[in-house]
Design a protein around this ligand. Sequence first.
Ligand code: ADP
Ligand code: MG
Length: 322
Amino acid sequence: MIEARQLTKRYGSFTAVYQVSFRLEQGQTLALIGPSGCGKTTTLKMANRLIRPTEGSVWVDGKDVSQQPIEQMRRRMGYVIQDIGLFPHYSVEQNVAVVPRLLGWPAEKIRKRVGELLEQLGLPPGQFNKKYPHQLSGGQQQRVGIARALAADPPIILMDEPFGALDPLTRQQARRDFLEVEALKNKTIIMVTHDIEEAFEMAAIVGLMKHGRLQQLGPPEQLLLAPANDFVREFMAEKASQLELLSITLSGVFSQLAEVAPTTGKGVSMPAQTPLLFAIHRLAKEKTGEAYGTTLKNGESRYFQLDVLFQLFRQTLIQWNN
Ligand code: ADP
Ligand code: MG
């Protein structure tokens, strides 16, 4: 659990962030979004004390982080830096191993953990361990950055525009791959983005900011269906119809799914926040009507087929537009 209570940051007479509060349970993802300069990065950095709040506090598992040794607290939060920020003179392996080294892990444990993470992120260690950042594509560098943040298995991950340095196509693929990474499941994530589509795809809670203030905080569909003010409405207007399609998630239809889908079976595992649209796409790619997907919510799993998803998708869309 991580909670921000009325975080405020002033630089002289300028207020960069004003009274931002949110609360995330374990395993939830929050996307902070808004125009450039609205205070997203400042908020994220206050979460792990890279920036000291002028007022307000951050609580992790019921403890005020300002009362704890900074090193201990940072160990509990992995940070994915804006623009990737790998160390250019470190190999991939060395980049990922930075935090475990600082923590004094034995060499063998580090080697094993680095290998496991690179494997999961689609960078087989045999091929990538010894490479240097300049020998990698943008997408590969980005995955090394994520592996680095995950290395010591922190329960909380902070990510500043994690896909910002990628071209649009790589970016879309990277996001979808990201949702599948085993080591990221069950992490509490705060991510910053200026891309509303990205926020809707990845986060269970979206916080839209303007001039340092949260304009609305809630599940994506709430911002879409019940915008708190004109700014929120206008921010999403251009992409409203795409966002509507994205904001129908497995989690959102879980209760209907629970009525019709079996509780046991075998299938491709999909996180609960996966948009139905992606789940449908994924099952359709299997080229067999027999393929099952499986999702888990509150410890309960459901196995479902393409037809069921189509039906639920249609029902939900009709319901929303009535
Ligand atoms: P975002 O990440 O949303 O683009 P930031 O959080 O980086 O925005 O910045 C919020 C505002 O605070 C911006 O107007 C920025 O210029 C200002 N700001 C950030 N850091 C400083 C600083 N060290 N001194 C003065 N102003 C700052
Ligand atoms: Mg920023």
